[in-house]
Ligand binder design. Structure first.
Ligand code: HEM
Length: 466
């Protein structure tokens, strides 16, 4: 390890990394370091980041490099294993097999029907909110949209955000839970527990976030059982999980296990998708050219603004797909580094031997801005995805908004469906303009665990085409 180049302080303490994480400049700092030192950089006493495609392949493709969740599976909700937190490859494989039916294409097709129906409320809400060209903060707005969509996917009903125009309290609980997870990762366990004993209401609110999330999931499952006990052809996640059988024990999925996994789906799928939608909307609102090209494509494909094409049909529109692919590259929502652990026997990376137990991460904020693969990487340029052949294959390998390999985002089919449907809906129906409060400066990236603009908001004016 001593030969791996990196900042001097990183040899002795992880505090160096956490300092940059909380300062919101991990991405630019790592880009500078990799530029200076090459494909392998030491970021902590026992941690490196690696950015070659060979590294990426070795690290995330298989279960050989196990997932690291510092502080013992910190993303468990109330100690319940979930697909995201589970480290043991056998348990992970079983959980994934039990929960995968929800995301297979035939089921997603059925879910799409309900999602499209639910999304019609988005127009009504925009028209109400955007009365007299009043800007809408699309960060909060899309969080409500994506939570509603997840409600449909999980239990067949929205959370009612579009109907009421108000964020559901669940959103606040998820924010608190993210802080809870960050504290668990950053503080030694004793200190974490000591802080939790402080009689300060805001700290109690954070420390009890996981309990509230689980209690909410419990209520949903109980309601599902009461209302739909006869259902044998489920289209929602709870229904599928209730029918799932563990491939090893042949037992059905317990309510406890459903609770933990439901919580993680709602968490993993809300902000990520909303952040991608926000940045794509901002790029479409700030410049005429990209918006006009996309609008032209959508008008030709959907002459009637009220009849939205199916998701499958939308994915065949080249410019729409290029805009979304570029959005996921330029503004990948999950900027956190999901470290893996070098296997016991150690491994060679970029000409250096790393001992077993070393943590190794592939940082998307470096991979996605590799100038030799994405010229002018900080510029939003959908056209780069319209090339043919080897270039695009390489860009696809290098771009990893949903991770990859055995731990690739399980909700990707749902997230992609939402992105294609919502972007097409919005652009077909509205002219977009950024409000005076939303500028390149206010949208400057200060990402910590997920991508975030400096101002914490993005105000967009929606004008309906008559
Ligand atoms: C644009 C939206 C999304 C992005 C950018 C995203 C990104 C990611 C990334 C990067 C990972 C990999 C983490 C790793 O390497 O360990 C991941 C895993 C995961 N995501 Fe997503 N995600 C999105 C939406 C969703 C949705 C909608 C759901 C569920 C409904 C979801 C559920 C999960 C789960 C369960 C995992 C863990 C998979 C495993 O370890 O086997 N995500 N996501």
């Amino acid at each position: 390890m001593s030969k791996v180049p990196g900042p001097w302080l990183a040899k002795f303490t992880d505090a160096w990394f956490f300092y940059h994480l909380f300062a919101g400049d991990v991405g630019p700092t790592l880009r500078q370091l990799h530029h200076l030192y090459g494909p392998l950089v030491r970021t902590g006493p026992n941690t490196v980041t690696a950015v070659s495609l060979q590294d990426q392949d070795l690290v995330i493709k298989s279960h050989k490099y196990l997932k690291d969740t510092t502080g013992n599976e910190i993303t468990n909700l109330m100690g319940i294993p979930n697909v995201f937190s589970t480290i043991d490859p056998d348990v992970h494989m079983r959980l994934r097999r039990m929960t995968n039916p929800t995301f297979i294409p035939s089921v997603m097709k059925k879910t799409e029907v309900d999602i499209r129906e639910g999304l019609s409320a988005v127009y009504e809400r925009i028209n109400l909110e955007a009365n007299n060209s009043k800007p809408i903060n699309v960060l909060s707005f899309y969080r409500m949209v994506t939570l509603d969509v997840l409600g449909i996917a999980c239990f067949g009903k929205t959370f009612g955000c579009m109907e009421t125009g108000k964020p559901h309290p669940y959103l606040e609980d998820m924010d608190a839970w993210l802080v809870q997870v960050a504290l668990r990762a950053a503080l030694p366990p004793v200190l974490y527990h000591l802080v939790g004993k402080l009689p300060i209401p805001s700290i109690r609110f954070i420390y009890e976030a996981d309990a509230r999330i689980c209690s909410y999931s419990n209520d949903l499952i109980a309601k599902h059982r009461a209302e739909r006990d006869q259902e044998h052809d489920p289209t929602d996640m709870i229904g599928h999980m209730r029918l799932s059988i563990d491939p090893v024990t042949r037992e059905s999925m317990s309510d406890r296990l459903i609770t933990g996994n439901l919580g993680i789906y709602l968490f993993a799928g809300t902000d990520t998708t909303a952040i991608a939608l926000m940045f794509i909307t901002w790029e479409l609102a700030r410049g005429d050219d990209i918006y006009s090209k996309l609008r032209k494509e959508l008008e030709a494909a959907m002459p009637d603004a009220d009849s939205l094409l199916t998701y499958q049909e939308l994915t065949e529109l080249p410019y729409l797909s290029a805009v979304i692919r570029e959005g996921l590259r330029r503004y990948a929502p999950a900027v956190a580094i999901f470290n893996r652990v070098i296997p016991e026997e150690g491994a060679w990376h970029d000409g250096m031997f790393l001992p077993g137990g070393t943590k190794i991460g592939i940082p998307s904020p470096v991979m996605h801005y590799n100038e030799s693969i994405f010229p002018n990487p900080m510029t939003f340029q959908p056209e780069r995805w319209l090339k043919k052949g080897a270039d695009v294959a390489l860009m696809n390998e290098q771009s990893m908004p949903f991770g990859g390999g055995v731990r690739m985002c399980q909700g990707r089919p749902l997230a992609e469906m939402e992105l294609w449907l919502v972007v097409a809906m919005i652009v077909r129906r509205y002219k977009l303009k950024s409000a005076a409060s939303t500028t390149a400066e206010s949208m400057e990236d200060i990402s910590k665990l997920s991508r975030m603009p400096k101002s914490g908001r993005c105000d967009i004016i929606f004008e309906e085409y008559i």
